[in-house]
Write a protein that binds this ligand. Structure first.
Ligand code: KE4
Length: 425
């Protein structure tokens, strides 16, 4: 049961904000009850509006890889703010930010900073369409790339048919240029290219899916995307908004040793402030205004305060961090696996680095059709059990949980204990 302070804040919020939240998943609708309102956060912990303390595994949906309120990031923000919060003019900070991402991501020869992951994917795909002169975009079921109209599209009647809107307010003709295929289905991808390759501007993929829960790519799947695009003159786009600097400093493309044509980044690279980026081959990015004919703009793009936070974050992403996150992730995965076995199975754990999901389905999750077989009611009961024991887990079966460098072995062990007890509820 949510604390009375959060409940009364939620009642007020619902009178003036749709669903009482500024982003739908925060409303706890997938798990029932009403959301915990947060008053502050530090390290691995959140403090609720009612004073209760939680061990946090949402981490602002990914950005907080160092933990909340990291002193160096707070100091960078304070110093930047004192120099003015926004100029609407170029700064050296933005040059340093671009140079840092170019150094970290060999697929990025040139990049543009924006203010959200949605803008990053929207900009990348408009550049890909401008570069190829083609209209069709291919995405995969269960992957989320932000809320641009043409990406809120679900699969049409047949695998290779054009999409239908997955949200009210998206015109049918907008959805018609988006094809949605099953994730990890190389045969479907190759069949689409065989039938429509000359129409395809781009294929966009979460190289490790976080938005149906954590689903890794099957061997050869990412390579097939890059090679099919290359053969057809289409653009391969890795949406690493979540995986970038999360599963490795250079994202999943570093882990897999693959080089897409374009990359989208967000979350961690912004240090918890509104900062994201898209970039790729110079020939594609030179199509972007004011250099080329593809228009894209933003009042707060490359904002100096946000970029200062991003640079302070990037400077701290060292090998020791990723080794520590791998150890913490493996510890949590092993504990969850033991707890599932103790309670008779019926669930499984999927993890890449410090992104992890406990699925309430016994068989491995390789695609959206596997993921949607999960028992979401059992997940909701488990989530409530965790929350009652002071663990703040993402309030949806179809989201990734995130471990930060601020988590300790003791925190992980406490989480395993809470998860074990909650499984037994
Ligand atoms: P934003 O526009 O929310 O900054 O980024 C969109 C986006 C793009 N690509 C990927 C792979 C993403 O995961 C996201 C946003 N992720 C969600 C979490 N599933 C953000 C949380 C929310 O929507 O409130």
């Amino acid at each position: 049961m949510t604390d009375p302070t959060s409940r009364s804040l939620f009642e007020r919020a619902c009178r003036v904000i749709p669903g009482g939240v500024n982003s739908p998943v925060r409303a706890f609708r997938a798990v029932g009850g009403s959301p915990v309102f947060i008053a502050s956060a530090a390290g691995a912990h959140l403090t609720g509006a009612g004073g209760q303390r939680y061990l946090d595994y949402v981490g602002s949906w990914g950005p907080m890889i160092l933990g909340h309120a990291h002193p160096a990031i707070v100091a960078a923000i304070q110093a930047a703010a004192a120099r003015g919060t926004s100029y609407g003019a170029p700064t050296e900070l933005e040059v340093r930010f671009a140079e840092a991402l170019v150094a970290l991501y060999p697929s990025i020869e040139m990049m543009r900073a924006v203010s959200s992951g949605t803008e990053a994917t929207m900009g990348a795909l408009r550049a890909a369409r401008g570069f190829t002169g083609r209209d069709v975009v291919v995405k995969f079921e269960g992957c989320y790339h932000g809320h641009a109209d043409f990406l809120l599209v679900k699969a049409g009647s047949g695998a290779a048919t054009f999409g239908v809107p997955d949200s009210a307010g998206v015109p049918a003709q907008t959805a018609a240029n988006t094809v949605t295929l099953p994730f990890n289905d190389v045969a479907a991808l190759r069949a689409l290219f065989a039938s429509r390759g000359s129409e395809i501007a781009a294929v966009i993929v979460e190289p490790v899916v976080g938005n149906m829960g954590v689903v890794p790519p099957a061997p050869g799947f990412l390579e097939a995307i890059v090679s099919e695009c290359a053969a057809a003159g289409a653009v391969s786009v890795f949406d690493e908004v979540m995986t970038g600097c999360r599963v490795a400093r250079g994202g999943m493309q570093e882990r897999a040793g693959i080089k897409p044509d374009m990359t989208c980044l967000g979350k961690i690279v912004g240090g918890g402030l509104p900062l994201a980026a898209y970039g790729g081959k110079r020939a594609i990015m030179e199509k972007v205004a004011p250099l080329g004919p593809v228009y894209q703009a933003g009042t707060l793009s490359g904002n100096p305060v946000a970029v200062s936070a991003g640079l302070a974050m990037l400077e701290r992403l060292d090998d020791a961090l990723y080794a520590r996150l791998e150890a913490l992730g493996a510890r949590l995965e092993a504990g969850f696996t033991r707890a599932i076995a103790k309670h008779g199975g019926g669930a499984c754990v999927q993890r890449v680095g410090s992104m992890i999901t406990l699925f309430f389905t016994a068989s491995p999750v390789r695609s959206w059709s596997d993921a949607k077989a999960s028992d979401t009611k059992a997940f909701a009961r488990w989530h409530a059990g965790l929350l009652a024991r002071g663990v703040y887990w993402p309030p949806s079966q179809y989201e990734a949980a995130f471990i930060s460098a601020a988590h300790t072995d003791a925190d992980i062990d406490a989480t395993i204990k809470a998860a074990d007890e909650a499984l037994g509820v």
